[in-house]
Unconditional design. Structure first.
Length: 228
């Protein structure tokens, strides 16, 4: 997401959260504000309408020299999902990014997997897997027409490897997953590794992920499954 957009949403969230705190503390009060329909919201060189969930136009308001705009309306423009946590009186914002697991690059998908975990391992590098190095990363003699990408630390003393493999249409995914699980070397690093039973191999359609991680493989796996 564009940094300017992120800052704008953060500002809106702060404004809304501050008001929510005031209400929650029993300090609700009336204000005198001015609706200003002349304010234009520009995004990608186009004027945008601020509307609520019912499609009704909501004009910005002016209060003590500051223009306030409804955060849900702005979030909709930027493709960000908005939810309301009534118990804790919080507005929840989340990127609403749609991935095509069939068409998007493996680099984009890999980045999305890591974006869903709390702490990404340091100093990772992506490596395109070919028939020449497929045995090292996957235990396979060749890719047989598949495309694959590995993400591993540049420092070899950390047991961490995430591989995405997009198999050709018509591939026997279950057989391919079983072969990877049985043949990949989970102890290929110096002095570190994991037991084979802890290697995770799963898929969404023809996109396979292989995870070797000595810290938290489950979180990476769950991040991948959220791409469905």
């Amino acid at each position: 997401m564009n940094k300017k957009i992120t800052r704008g949403l953060a500002t809106g969230l702060i404004m809304l959260t501050s008001m929510g705190v005031a209400f929650g503390a029993g300090t609700q009060f009336e204000i005198k504000a001015t609706m200003d329909s002349g304010v234009k919201i520009m995004y990608k060189d186009k004027a945008q309408k601020l509307v609520d969930v019912n499609g009704e136009i909501k004009d910005p308001i002016m209060y003590k020299g500051t223009t306030y705009i409804p955060i849900r309306s702005v979030a909709d423009i930027f493709g960000v999902s908005v939810d309301w946590d009534n118990d804790n009186r919080k507005v929840l914002l989340e990127d609403n990014v749609t991935l095509s697991l069939e068409k998007d690059s493996l680099e984009t998908i890999m980045e999305s997997v890591y974006s869903r975990i709390k702490e990404k391992p340091m100093m990772l590098a992506n490596t395109v897997i070919t028939d020449e190095n497929s045995k090292y990363y996957l235990g396979l003699e060749s890719l047989k027409g598949a495309e694959a990408l590995a993400s591993e630390p540049m420092i070899g003393s950390i047991a961490h490897s995430v591989v995405l493999l997009r198999a050709p249409e018509g591939s026997n995914i279950e057989v391919l997953k079983k072969e990877i699980k049985e043949k990949v070397d989970p102890r290929k690093w110096v002095c570190v590794g994991v037991e084979r039973e802890k290697v995770i191999v799963d898929n969404i359609g023809n996109l396979i992920i292989m995870i070797i991680d000595g810290a938290n493989p489950t979180e990476l796996h769950e991040g991948f499954l959220k791409l469905k």
